[in-house]
Design a protein around this ligand. Structure first.
Ligand SMILES: Nc1ncnc2c1ncn2[C@@H]1O[C@H](COP(=O)(O)OP(=O)(O)OP(=O)(O)O)[C@@H](O)[C@H]1O
Length: 310
């Protein structure tokens, strides 16, 4: 086991930030911790890293108890925090080299690893730049390079793509997949469901300090009753018709707003056929039919009754 968290409880005075949380992360996973702002993702990470004292529970990393002075464990962990943490007085090259030298003593090896990290995040043209001269996306890439240059076995990224342009975001996500291919286990926290769907092999969904569901994205979507979302543009719909569609078999909910009819149906075949037959029989005209499979937001909505919000 790479990370094992048992019964973790963390309070800030009266706020219970983490409420009896359990996590097991195995070697080779890209593990996603998905939850809205304030759900407890960063607090969980800070406890895992022994940066925060917790009230109850136990944490093991690489099958050894994690403690504030467990340097043998820490040298094999790379952390990339939400807030960029680099030195303004050092250039791109000097920053990466500095962070790498905290873990690696041999100077030649530090140079080799620094150059490799620069190449990995495509900052070759910016090695002599100071952080203040970098755009937001490039700065994030520097932050990542500083966290991974020493080739850690476990890489923890806490919301590394907040306020990043789409191009840098994709580069970051592709980079994470590559680090995983090279052998690193990844923990990735975010409130963007698309990101965990794109890269994570397993996902835990958090809300109010608790893990409310865990599985692959397919398993999570299997847990809920929504099978698909059907959207149709319909122009002459009255309340009676909305009510009758709601009563068709396999229909979970119906919303009609601004000529758009949104229907959530349960798993199973022929839901769309039944709706179209009904509209045909009632001579209700429609155009544009879209169907969507459930998203992780639907999973969150069904379990918690509220939107994950993107
Ligand atoms: N140092 C602190 N003192 C008091 N309360 C805190 C502290 N840090 C976090 N909290 C509270 O603990 C809860 C969990 O916060 P946390 O930052 O872990 O959530 P998060 O999921 O990482 O959210 P975000 O994406 O906004 O960082 C929140 O209610 C937050 O207000």
């Amino acid at each position: 086991m790479i990370v094992s968290v048992k019964n973790l409880v963390k309070r800030f005075d009266k706020i219970v930030a983490i409420d009896h949380l359990n996590l097991e992360i195995e070697e080779g996973e890209i593990f996603g911790l998905l939850g809205p702002n304030g759900s407890g993702k960063s607090t969980t990470i800070n406890c895992i890293l022994s940066l925060l004292k917790y009230d109850k529970g136990s944490i093991e990393i690489f099958n050894k108890p994690m403690k504030p002075d467990a340097y043998d464990i820490k040298k094999d962990i790379g952390v990339i925090f939400q807030n960029v943490a680099v030195f303004d007085e050092l250039t791109v090259y000097e920053n990466i080299s500095y962070f790498c030298s905290l873990y690696v003593k041999d100077r030649k090896e530090v140079k080799r690893l620094t150059e490799e990290a620069i190449k990995f995040v495509s900052l070759e043209e910016f090695t002599k730049f100071y952080p203040k001269k970098l755009s937001g996306g490039l700065l994030r890439r520097l932050n990542i390079a500083c966290g991974i240059a020493h080739k850690p076995k476990l890489i923890i990224l806490d919301e590394p793509t907040v306020a990043v342009d789409p191009q840098s975001r994709n580069k970051i996500l592709e980079g994470i997949k590559e680090l995983n291919k090279q052998g690193a286990t990844i923990i990735y926290t975010t409130h963007y469901m698309e990101e965990v769907e794109q890269i994570c092999s397993r996902i835990s969904i958090m809300d109010k300090g608790k893990i409310i569901a865990t599985g692959t994205k397919e398993e999570l979507k299997e847990m809920i009753s929504v099978g698909e979302k059907i959207k149709l543009e319909v122009y002459n719909m009255n309340e009676e018709a909305v009510k009758e569609i709601r009563e068709l078999s396999g229909i979970l909910s119906v919303k009609y707003d601004n000529s758009l009819l949104t229907i959530k149906s349960s798993k199973g075949r022929n839901n769309l056929v039944r709706i179209l037959e009904y509209l045909g029989a009632k001579e209700i005209k429609f155009s544009q039919v879209y169907t969507e499979l459930p998203t992780l937001n639907d999973v969150f909505l069904e379990i918690t009754g509220k939107e994950l919000r993107d």
